[in-house]
Design a protein around this ligand. Structure first.
Ligand code: ATP
Length: 140
C-alpha cells in the first residue's frame, strides 16, 4: 500500500532514503534548507521544498502531521536534529525515525520520543559482517 513519507535533511543518507522510497512507489516529500539539495532531489521525489526543520510554522504549513512517517536525516547539526524531532512529536507525527550521530545524541532522541533511531554506519557495518560470514558458510 502506498504510504506518505517526509524526509528532512538531504545528505547522502536522506537522499538515498528518499530515492528508494520514491522508487518503491510511495509519496515522498523531500525537505532541506539548502536550495541546491532540494533542486537535486526534485526528479526523485513527489514534492520537494526548501524549509528549515526547526521552523515550527513551516512544518505545520506542510501538513507534516498527516504523514505516515517522517525521517530526520540531519547529521552534523545535532541541535537541529533534536529540535526538529521534538517539534515533529509535539505536532503529533506518529512515526518519527531519526539518524543519530553518536550515543549521547541517541539518548536525547529516546527521551524526546523518537520512534526509531538509526546509526547508518554502524548498522551497515554489522550487516556487512553478517553477510560476509553467511556467504562463507554457503561457499563451503
Ligand atoms: P550524510 O552522511 O547523510 O551525507 P551528514 O551526516 O554529513 O549527512 P549533514 O550533511 O550535516 O549530515 O546534513 C544532512 C542534510 O541536512 C544537509 O543537506 C543539510 O543541508 C540538511 N540540514 C541540516 N540542518 C537542517 C535543518 N535545520 N533543516 C533542514 N535541513 C537541514
Amino acid at each position: 500500500m502506498k504510504k506518505q513519507f517526509a524526509v528532512i535533511g538531504l545528505g547522502r543518507f536522506g537522499t538515498s532514503v528518499c530515492k528508494e522510497l520514491y522508487k518503491l512507489g510511495h509519496e515522498v516529500l523531500a525537505i532541506d534548507h539548502q536550495e541546491e539539495k532540494v533542486n537535486d532531489i526534485t526528479p526523485y521525489s513527489t514534492h520537494s521544498v526548501i524549509a528549515n526543520g526547526t521552523d515550527e510554522k513551516a512544518l505545520q504549513s506542510l501538513g507534516i502531521r498527516n504523514f505516515d512517517y517522517v525521517i530526520v536525516a540531519i547529521g552534523d547539526d545535532i541541535q537541529s536534529s533534536i529540535l526538529t524531532t521534538l517539534l515533529l512529536k509535539e505536532l503529533g507525527v506518529k512515526k518519527v525515525w531519526v539518524k543519530a550521530q553518536n550515543y549521547y545524541h541517541q539518548r536525547v532522541l529516546e527521551k524526546i520520543g523518537a520512534d526509531r533511531i538509526v546509526h547508518p554506519e554502524q548498522d551497515m557495518g554489522i550487516r556487512l559482517a553478517q553477510h560476509i560470514t553467511s556467504e562463507k558458510i554457503i561457499d563451503y
